[in-house]
Design a protein around this ligand. Sequence first.
Ligand SMILES: N[C@@H](CCC(=O)N[C@@H](CS)C(=O)NCC(=O)O)C(=O)O
Length: 208
Amino acid sequence: VSLVLYGNRESGHSYKVRLLLTLAGISHEYVHIDLEVPRSGRPAAFRAASRFGEVPVLVRDDGSALVQSNAILLHLARDRGRFGPPRGATWDDLTSWLFWEANRVGFSVPNLRAARFRGDTPADVMAWLEARVIDDLGVLDGQVGARPFLLGDAPCVVDVACCAYLFWPEQAGIDLSRWPAVAAWLERIAALPGYKPPYALMSPPAGP
Ligand SMILES: N[C@@H](CCC(=O)N[C@@H](CS)C(=O)NCC(=O)O)C(=O)O
């Protein structure tokens, strides 16, 4: 196996990367990291590879490690020639959208989900997160209301990045019926050959 992906079951950022590897049919080994364990107690190989202590991390056959989910997606798209810009879009478009994702929908939705899991977030912070989610879903809805995938007729890494946490809408308390174009776009992604939902791809191996 030439690629090793470190990830976690609850991490949509890890799911993005494994989903792309799966959709593109890129062979890899998946290693689950228990994030309940403090950073200093995580496996040494993971700690050595994880520049910021987070999942996901992709380690290549030369031992070099890539971190940050969208940087990994961009690398794989360029390196493997898969899920790059569709006709009519450029690599620069793709990069802009990946930065938007990291700051907007890849921030607002996971944080709202985490806040709901914790259940102790102050009401004004919840309202702020909800307002961001509503804005971000509005942007996505406008975009995929006009074309099948975010940048055109074919899916690219931007679709993979933006969809990840939206496959757990109920966990974030998001009712996707308010954004019908987003719901239809997620169905188109789920219909791609090889697609698997988050927990199907990210679960740790069964114990002994
Ligand atoms: N911006 C990063 C976010 C990665 C991230 O937030 N990872 C979380 C899980 S989703 C993590 O590793 N948390 C455990 C920790 O920080 O110790 C990316 O896109 O890869």
